[in-house]
Design a protein around this ligand. Sequence first.
Ligand SMILES: Nc1ncnc2c1ncn2[C@@H]1O[C@H](COP(=O)(O)OP(=O)(O)OP(=O)(O)O)[C@@H](O)[C@H]1O
Length: 249
Amino acid sequence: MNSRKQPEQALPVIADRLGKKYRRGWALREMSLAIPVNRIVALVGPNGAGKSTLMGLITGLLHPTTGGITVFGDHPTGKGLHPAVSYLAQQKPLYPQFTVAETLTFGARTNPTWDQRYAGYLVEQAAVPMNAKVGTLSGGQRTRVALALALGKRPRLLLLDEPLADLDPLARETVLRTLITEARTQGITVVLSSHVLAELEGVCDHLLLLNRGQVLLAGDVDRLGADRVPLGELVLNRMREAAARGEAA
Ligand SMILES: Nc1ncnc2c1ncn2[C@@H]1O[C@H](COP(=O)(O)OP(=O)(O)OP(=O)(O)O)[C@@H](O)[C@H]1O
């Protein structure tokens, strides 16, 4: 990230005609969007729509081919995550040989904004033993530890790329409930990518629907009419319209 001083009101993410081309072709094309503060954003779209690519560009792990992107007013440089951003990928890259306590110590060492009490509280709330090795935990417990690591940084923007895919329905619900409570009480903007539209219902208040590397629908769900039509139906209707126009992935 560059060190330019930014105004406090800089939005979590602004993309301006953003494009990303891999060897096989364009993954994102001319994508312009703004993610407002304090929203829980559903990032949805069919396989290959560009969701992970967009996350990669926000984190700085990927570089734009065209256009630009800012995160809280800064251009991601690829030299590490913005200090106000946490990213939790589906694979949850935790060290299996570390205990949970050592994992949190690692979080403290690598994040200047680390809040040990808060991270410890989240682990305790999940009833995960501090002395257990991460490699011996269940999928759901690992997710809770990964979430504590992500939230312990006290981010203002939390990116979650299909974090619940390997959890059973009850664990999903519990993790989602924790996530919403923390996001709402701490004022964190969350971008949550998922293929399970039903689990986003009542959780997300902002929708970002991608298709073939472009934004098909974006906005607060109440303004998009999702207070009358379920979110899943809204998404599917828009996808069907795109398919009828020959634009589906
Ligand atoms: N490292 C890569 N090299 C080449 N092409 C890639 C790479 N990563 C993604 N792509 C391509 O870019 C497009 C967008 O992929 P991306 O993973 O961003 O989509 P997605 O919406 O996250 O998909 P999914 O829902 O299947 O996870 C796809 O056509 C994909 O094949």
